[in-house]
Design a protein around this ligand. Structure first.
Ligand SMILES: Cc1ncc(COP(=O)(O)O)c(C=O)c1O
Length: 398
């Protein structure tokens, strides 16, 4: 007989004992009404509910594919074709065998450690970065090496130094995780010259580049820049993207494009096998005939105007912060006045009714507390103005 009360926690594997709750857990606990600029949520105002519902109704009616759509079965190949077509329009010569559709790009990013990482392996990340992905690499025991991001995305000179130093100690990183277009959290976009340099370095050192392009379609100003995958002729880029930001995150559909060897391996670890025969058909049926493209145009108009509202409000209410207005995506990243700490500011802001993401949540260590991320994607223009006004008050209170 055990002498102490047995604890269920003692049954957990080491990785589960060390696990931390997901970022999204904390927000619900407050009772003060809060205007949150913390999360990169899509604006529900433009969810194409009628058209999605029409697509679902078509499939559930006497559509010839109804029985197949509702049974166990394949990921709908028509959706894979559509992803290929979108890639070809960006000068990426994709074939269906090079695509894996998954339950959100999160699922695909979470599969990367299974295929690439043994404990102690090196992964290069950007600082700051999207912790939803980075935490997965960390949990797999990766040794994370951070390369700084500036107003032009990952600093490729610093990357070159990092790769050289690692090579000098006999280390070959498994991959470089980058968000080159409308970066989360900084909103920065890497110019062409840096993209080319990144591809060159990847080929020189034989390192995979994971190009996370969650926001790339949401350009509301400035000129298009080719994705990394379009600049890479040797297969060093694995491109990961999603329908979450351009259609609806609740559909949970994302995809990866890359060398067939990688796609096949990722698929082997996707334990449930294929991705929803029904939902992949709904997305494909909805997206056909230019509907998705038109929808993306409407989203860009909406996010352009909301970004402008935020930028104007920041200039008016927070004259002491430094920031660069993004050309697309969901976020403004701001540097606080000298000596101000984001976590302290967050407390003051929450007491007054608004929240944001402190920069420290975008690093795997203690860095980033001088920065904040403000999402303009979810709240209405009025709420964005109100929230930035509250933030101004909170800053003046420190
Ligand atoms: C950079 C980045 N990558 C990936 C994701 C995950 O998107 P999803 O799993 O909805 O496809 C997000 C979501 O916020 C993101 O910001």
């Amino acid at each position: 007989m055990p002498t102490t009360q047995p604890r269920i926690e003692d049954l957990f594997a080491a990785r589960a004992r060390e696990a931390v709750p997901p970022l999204y857990g904390a927000a619900g606990q407050r009772t003060t009404p809060m205007i949150s600029l913390a999360y990169g949520l899509a604006d529900p105002a433009l969810f194409p509910r009628d058209q999605l519902s029409a697509a679902a109704a078509t499939l559930l009616g006497d559509h010839p594919a109804a029985a197949e759509a509702l049974n166990y079965g394949m990921t709908f190949p028509g959706l894979t074709q559509q992803v290929c077509e979108r890639l070809r329009r960006q000068a990426v010569e994709a074939e269906p065998e090079q695509i894996l559709i998954g339950y959100g790009s999160s699922q695909i990013l979470a599969l990367l450690p299974q295929v690439f990482l043994d404990p102690g392996d090196t992964v290069i990340i950007e600082g700051p970065s999207f912790m939803g992905a980075v935490k997965r690499f960390q949990m797999a025991g990766a040794h994370l090496v951070t390369v700084p991001v500036d107003a032009e995305g990952m600093n490729t000179d610093a990357l070159a130094d990092t790769l050289r130093d690692l090579a000098a100690t006999g280390k070959r990183p498994k991959f470089i995780y980058t968000i080159p277009t409308f970066h989360n959290p900084t909103g920065a976009t890497m110019p062409l010259a840096r993209r080319k340099r990144l591809i060159e370095l990847a080929a020189e050192y034989g390192v995979l580049v994971v190009e996370d392009d969650a926001y790339g379609d949401l350009r509301f100003q400035g000129d298009e820049i080719p994705p990394l995958a379009a600049l890479d002729s040797d297969g060093w880029v694995l491109r990961v993207s999603t329908f979450s930001k351009i259609l609806a995150p609740g559909l949970r559909i994302g995809w990866a494009y890359g060398r067939r060897e990688i796609i096949d391996r990722l698929a082997m670890f996707k334990s449930e096998g294929t991705t929803g025969p029904f939902i992949t058909r709904v997305v494909a049926l909805y997206s056909a005939e230019g509907r998705l493209d038109n929808h993306i145009d409407a989203l860009c108009d909406l996010y352009r105007s909301k970004c402008q509202v935020m930028v104007d409000a920041i200039k008016r209410e927070l004259p002491d912060v430094q920031f660069t207005a993004p050309d697309g995506g969901f976020f403004v990243w701001a540097t606080l006045p000298q000596g101000m700490r984001a976590t302290e500011l967050l407390e003051r802001a929450q007491e007054r009714g608004m929240s944001f993401l402190p920069g420290v949540n975008c690093y795997p260590d203690e860095r980033g507390n001088e920065c904040i991320r403000l999402a303009f994607s979810f709240q209405s223009a009025e709420k964005i103005e109100e929230a930035i006004g509250i933030l101004g008050n909170a800053m003046r209170s420190i």
